[in-house]
Design a protein around this ligand. Sequence first.
Ligand SMILES: NC(=O)c1ccc[n+]([C@@H]2O[C@H](COP(=O)([O-])OP(=O)(O)OC[C@H]3O[C@@H](n4cnc5c(N)ncnc54)[C@H](O)[C@@H]3O)[C@@H](O)[C@H]2O)c1
Length: 266
Amino acid sequence: MTQTSNSMPVTIITGAAAGIGWATAQLLAAEGHRLSLLDLAGTQARARAEELGPSHIGLACDVASEADVGEAIARTLEQFGRIDVLVNNAGIGDQSAATVDQTTEGFDQVLRIHLRGTFLMCRAVAAHMLARKRGAIVNLSSIAGMAGIPGRNAYSAAKAGIAAMTRSMACEWARGGIRVNAVAPGYTRTALVEELEARYALDTRSIAARTPMGRLARPEEIAAVIAFLASERASYVTGTTIHADGGWLALGAPEDTLAPHGDRST
Ligand SMILES: NC(=O)c1ccc[n+]([C@@H]2O[C@H](COP(=O)([O-])OP(=O)(O)OC[C@H]3O[C@@H](n4cnc5c(N)ncnc54)[C@H](O)[C@@H]3O)[C@@H](O)[C@H]2O)c1
């Protein structure tokens, strides 16, 4: 059955120019969504939208700026007339420093983008979704919000906060027709991880070794979980955070217990 363009869902993705956001954009575009791609890197967001085709737009937006968020949502509504799905994906890494050396500015900046950004986007989009009594929001948490990573205070606090906000907003808006869920990815090969690796803030070989599945995630694997939560297939799912981490959070034993028990090939 061919969909008319009016029946195709309208989806906002923040931080859509790269990494998980861009993988999600490609997947949702292929599934028939009309996309509003928001990114701090406006030129790149516009180029990404053009790459996907004429049903999509790209906009410059700092998710931590109330004015930018208001403007981007107004432009999206002007273009498409409604918003069905919001993916709050924009994010940055953390300071690579011992806690005693971390700066207050660095701490505030990480919380500003992740927590304030997610709050501002949800608040503005939910006002519109509640009026239509339908919508789905998917937030990006992280394994860092569930388990301790030395030195990554602001990032861990932000990602735990996003999981908590996901639960409270889900309960508040459930009877208003909005589902709110989150994905907590494990380490995923994107610019964010490459940048941490370049600063020697993480070692992907030891991360792969400590992951039960033995490797990092590909951005498309996280995008698939986001797409599920955004879809009608998740119609009875709200307030939850799905761990897409290759088993990272499930492991409660030393790393060297992984191979012998899992490997039955000999
Ligand atoms: N890569 C991982 O291992 C991993 C693991 C767990 C969670 N996450 C989360 O997934 C999300 C995406 O991460 P990624 O690895 O794809 O990152 P990435 O660095 O590859 O891409 C992030 C995008 O967000 C944009 N951005 C940054 N600040 C912004 C702002 N203030 N407003 C709008 N856009 C902004 C960047 O320009 C970039 O295009 C983030 O929330 C991140 O914390 C990533």
